[in-house]
Design a protein around this ligand. Structure first.
Ligand code: GCU
Length: 328
């Protein structure tokens, strides 16, 4: 889109550095960008983490959180972090796939049997390996935050893949998400999250897919009235820190950050469940969104080729196999 993309990124980097500059102080201040609202569970969970880091380090490390994509979209924030203008980013596995292919593992539809399986992966060796793998790309992951299951929403029910024919479905900028919609028979339209409300409202897209919190906290339930529960993916949010910022922390500060990040994952687990139930109630009762149960098997069958291909893909095959073994 831009003729000189790196110049634009550098300019934005300078602006971010200036607007977030702090008075000189002994404390290390880590700037964290994300694209959700202050009322979103993930913001609250990261606030919990930041408070714990401050406490564990006696105020020597502070995390300043910038919500609502005010410092840029998820993609722009990643680029700012890689350029050194931001220390931390909360993204999700879907968008991370283009920065680190290992995250594509999480984006495979129906890879998890249920929430327990999903947690066993996030908390186990596979989850840890994926978090560590991107060090040479300029960042590492600290923890995952439950993002629930993703489902279609539009102004009509999507009971089977056939209902997606001719529909433009917004996806995250992720090759796996694009392929999933193509195999199910819809037309994938990658867009940044912040553009989605207007795109739905103006008919630029006919539908989208996300968890119930998107209906209320991002108000998508105002412009899409049917939520069809095919539960195609479970894609976690991921808390990241730049490799440079990480290396500059002392061992004990690194330990504090790791501990607080892990604790916030468990804090988030409970909060997510409560806030998802609340979002479903509000979407139904305040916004008039209809929740539809669908038969999943035709969706599972449609994406089978992705599982076959994943087992041949050296970037993710070993993770996919290990996840299969954790299914019980
Ligand atoms: C989830 C996730 C966001 C992401 C969004 C999307 O809400 O928490 O990080 O941007 O999905 O669909 O783009």
């Amino acid at each position: 889109m831009f003729r000189n993309k790196s110049a634009v990124v550098s300019l934005v980097a300078c602006i971010v550095a200036v607007i977030t500059a702090l008075p000189t102080s002994a404390a290390t201040v880590l700037k964290l960008s994300h694209n959700q609202d202050r009322n979103h569970p993930v913001h609250k969970s990261m606030k919990f983490m930041a408070d714990e880091v401050k406490e564990l380090t006696g105020g020597e490390v502070k995390i300043r959180i910038y919500p609502n994509a005010q410092l840029g979209t998820q993609r722009e924030s990643m680029e700012l972090m890689q350029n050194g203008a931001l220390h931390m980013v909360k993204s999700n596995a879907s968008e991370l796939e283009t920065f680190e292919p290992a995250y594509g593992t999480f984006n495979l539809p129906y890879i998890f049997r249920n929430r327990d399986h999903y947690y066993r992966v996030m908390q186990g060796d596979v989850g840890e390996q994926i978090l560590a793998t991107s060090y040479d790309k300029g960042f590492i992951g600290l923890t995952y935050y439950d993002g629930g299951s993703r489902n279609f929403y539009a102004n009509k029910a999507i009971n089977s893949p056939a209902d997606l024919a001719g529909m433009k479905i917004r996806v995250q900028p992720s090759p796996t998400a694009v392929q999933m919609i193509e195999l199910m028979g819809g037309s994938p339209t990658p867009l940044a999250y912040g553009e989605l409300y207007t795109a739905l409202q103006q008919g630029v897209v006919d539908g989208a897919e996300n968890n119930p919190a998107a209906l209320t906290l991002s108000r998508h339930g105002e412009v899409a009235k049917v939520y069809s529960q095919d539960e195609h993916t479970m894609i976690p949010d991921v808390l990241l820190i730049s490799s440079k910022a990480w290396d500059e922390l002392s061992d004990s500060h690194q330990g504090a950050l790791r501990q607080a990040a892990k604790n916030s994952m468990m804090y988030h687990k409970t909060l997510w469940e409560e806030m998802t139930n609340e979002a479903i109630d509000k979407a139904k009762n305040n916004l008039g969104v209809k929740f539809v149960s669908v038969e999943k098997q035709p969706f599972v069958d449609a994406v089978k080729p992705m599982h076959d291909a994943a087992l041949q893909n050296p970037a993710i095959a070993s993770y996919v196999r290990a996840i299969g073994e954790l299914a019980e």
